[in-house]
Design a protein. Structure first.
Ligand SMILES: Nc1ncnc2c1ncn2[C@@H]1O[C@H](COP(=O)(O)OP(=O)(O)OP(=O)(O)O)[C@@H](O)[C@H]1O
Length: 248
């Protein structure tokens, strides 16, 4: 798995009379972790969906190229705020949902799914139903499913926003460890989350929105809460986001 970098050009999106953004351009280097922030409604999720090639109303456009020139299809995983576990499959079945949809039911797939569950610390819960898990555990299953797909590009839309603050910090450690080396784009509302995990920070700002890059700390990730650079830059990032909101 050699993750590609992504180059987005001419990203434009209009809903009704409102142009959310027009002709955005941005680069996501191979094996880098980018966090995308911005005020609510600025179009973060829509941009991520467009990069993923997911369905949107047809008044949008985006040109996407990969650094290796190969198609992104089959190399992409999506992780959302809602864990998207299906209630009629047990935990193990949820991890290997993609394999089932593709008609792969080999013993090696089952073994791999168990391996991924072990990585997220849920080996013992393979036969549990999703309803019996906590929100944090469900997100860990979701992470195991992302790992099972072995995608080199991972797009995450507020993946940790529905869990409590302490679980979120634990999930940061886990996600960082397990997704290292992949090309990750993560939408988040949480400046601290971005400052702990990101190598690059982009803010969607203005109306129509443009992408403003902000300096991320240069200390090793996942950064500690009391990392001096995290503290300093948090003030600047919050100010940037507040200015974004005020400007609307
Ligand atoms: N399918 C759709 N049809 C019409 N309008 C939409 C559609 N999807 C999103 N919008 C509008 O586009 C805008 C951007 O939505 P989007 O979810 O991309 O923003 P966001 O920055 O991710 O917001 P949040 O942080 O609140 O999740 C919002 O005003 C939303 O109401």
């Amino acid at each position: 798995m050699t993750p590609p970098g992504l180059h987005v050009r001419n990203a434009s999106l209009t809903f009704g009379q409102r142009a959310l953004f027009s002709k955005l351009e941005c680069e996501f280097p191979a094996s880098s972790w980018t966090c995308l922030l911005g005020r609510s409604g600025s179009g973060k999720s829509s941009l991520l969906r467009m990069i993923a090639g997911l369905h949107l109303p047809d008044n949008h456009h985006l040109d996407l190229t990969t650094s290796d020139g190969e198609a992104l299809r089959g190399r992409l995983a999506w992780m959302a705020q809602q864990d998207l576990l299906v209630p009629w499959e047990r935990v193990l079945g949820n991890v290997m949902l993609g394999a089932r949809w593709r008609g792969e039911r080999s013993a090696s797939a089952v073994a791999r799914a168990r391996e991924m569950l072990a990585l997220v610390g849920l080996a013992e819960r393979a036969d549990a139903w999703p309803a019996a898990l906590s929100g944090g555990q469900r997100q860990r299953v979701s992470l195991a499913r992302t790992l099972f797909e072995d995608a080199s590009v991972v797009l995450m839309d507020e993946p940790f926003s529905a869990v409590d603050a302490i679980t979120r910090l634990e999930l940061h450690e886990l996600a960082y460890r397990l997704l290292a080396e992949r090309t990750v784009i993560m939408v988040t509302h949480d400046p601290l989350e971005a400052l702990r995990l990101a190598e690059r920070i982009l803010v969607l700002k203005g109306d129509p929105a443009r992408l403003v890059p902000l300096a991320a700390p240069e200390t090793p990730r996942p950064r500690a809460l009391d990392d001096a650079e995290v503290q300093t830059r948090q003030t600047a990032l919050v100010a940037e986001l507040r200015e974004t909101a005020d400007a609307q």
